[in-house]
Design a protein. Structure first.
Length: 377
């Protein structure tokens, strides 16, 4: 039995604006769910509905067999952490952390013991006497986490809590929250616009767009087998390259044809490709599959010629943003620029303006229907 069951959850605002549309998901006990998507996709709305801060337009929410619809937030056994941490500025860290327990009439000795325990877990024992204005963003975030921990809720809700931190602190706090998840018997739902946070922290990642679930899967499945072209291009930094082409023939064999390259399809793909013979299709390939050592070793690997526009150096790796002028398909005189990204194993010495020819590890590619965007093979 799932700890939290969401059935057809919807939210329609005045004027007919649909923020969430039939969201359904079973969330297990102690599972860490990361919800990610572009701005306005319905992430924060989802969290507010679960917390009881907004009223749903339709659907059900069930926590351990108890229907949450209509229950006030204080009766839902949840703790929510906001982007701005929502600490009381006139209270010390210890007083902020203890506030909820005091409201519940918890004995003073128990409050003190639990505050000390949470502070030790989060490494903020020396900050208990400070006020929020005397601390850094990371310290305030730990204090807000400590307050949530003291509640000992069944479900933790995080609404983009790392967005105000610098890059180093975000990376550190990702680890801290993941460790916290391992040590607590609570389910966690983490909303973010940052796919790195989602992919590194979530047991499962839910990708939202326009209030609809595009895919819900573990990070590896999401990355390697995206359900549609939106997920493919949204997940990854940069996302999957999408090459529009068609299914045709090379030497009598079914092949993907693109102005920059052609690739004979493997035997396993040919039955499914038959439905697209002579038709348009999208071919998706991750940047790391362009110019890789595996692609260089692959017999008959297709290659692309392009000019490097920008080199984005990432320490031991580099991402190349390339452009290539290409003629259209037969019967078309159009010539257009095609942009794509590559992350070759060895980009030493690569520079802007350099002409390159890169092999493709095409077997790792995915095909998508150009109209629906759905993965087809």
């Amino acid at each position: 039995m799932p700890r939290l069951k969401l059935e057809g959850l919807s939210k329609i605002y005045p004027g007919g604006v649909k923020a969430l549309d039939g969201f359904s998901l079973d969330i297990a006990e102690r599972e860490f769910i990361a919800v990610v998507g572009p701005s306005g996709c319905g992430k924060s709305t989802l969290l507010r509905l679960i917390a009881g801060l907004d009223e749903e337009s339709g659907g059900k929410m069930i926590l351990d067999g108890l229907e949450l619809n209509g229950l006030p937030p204080r009766e839902r056994d949840m703790a929510i952490m906001f982007q701005n941490y929502a600490l009381f500025p006139h209270m010390t860290v210890a007083e902020n952390m203890a506030f909820g327990l005091k409201l519940r009439g918890t004995p003073r000795a128990e409050i003190a013991a639990r505050v000390e325990e949470a502070a030790r877990m989060l490494g903020i024992g020396e900050l208990l006497g400070r006020f929020p204005g005397e601390m850094s963003g990371g310290q305030r975030q730990r204090a807000a986490l400590g307050r949530a921990i003291l509640r000992r809720p069944k479900v933790f809700l995080f609404d983009e809590p790392l967005s105000n931190l610098d890059a180093k602190m975000r990376a550190q706090m990702r680890v801290e929250i993941s460790r916290l998840h391992q040590s607590l018997p609570s389910t966690m739902i983490f909303v973010t616009h940052d796919q790195v946070e989602a992919m590194t922290m979530g047991d499962r990642v839910v990708v939202l767009k326009d209030g609809l679930i595009q895919q819900a899967a573990d990070p590896d499945t999401l990355y390697r087998n995206p359900a549609n072209a939106f997920v493919a291009s949204f997940i990854g930094s940069p996302g999957m390259n999408l090459f529009p082409g068609r299914i045709g023939e090379v030497d009598g064999s079914p092949a993907f044809l693109h102005p920059l390259f052609s690739w004979k399809l493997p035997e396993a793909s040919r039955p499914k490709s038959a439905a697209y013979a002579g038709k348009a299709i999208l071919f998706g390939l991750r940047p790391e599959d362009i110019g890789s050592a595996a692609a260089r070793r692959l017999e008959g690997a297709p290659t692309v010629k392009a000019v490097i526009g920008v080199v984005e150096r990432l320490g031991g790796q580099a991402c190349l943003y390339l452009q290539s002028g290409a003629d259209g398909f037969a019967g078309s005189e159009a010539k257009h620029e095609i942009a794509f990204a590559a992350r070759p194993d060895d980009a030493q010495g690569c520079h802007s303006g350099q002409a390159v020819e890169l092999p493709l590890f095409a077997p790792n590619g995915k095909f998508f229907d150009p109209a629906s965007g759905i993965s087809v093979f």
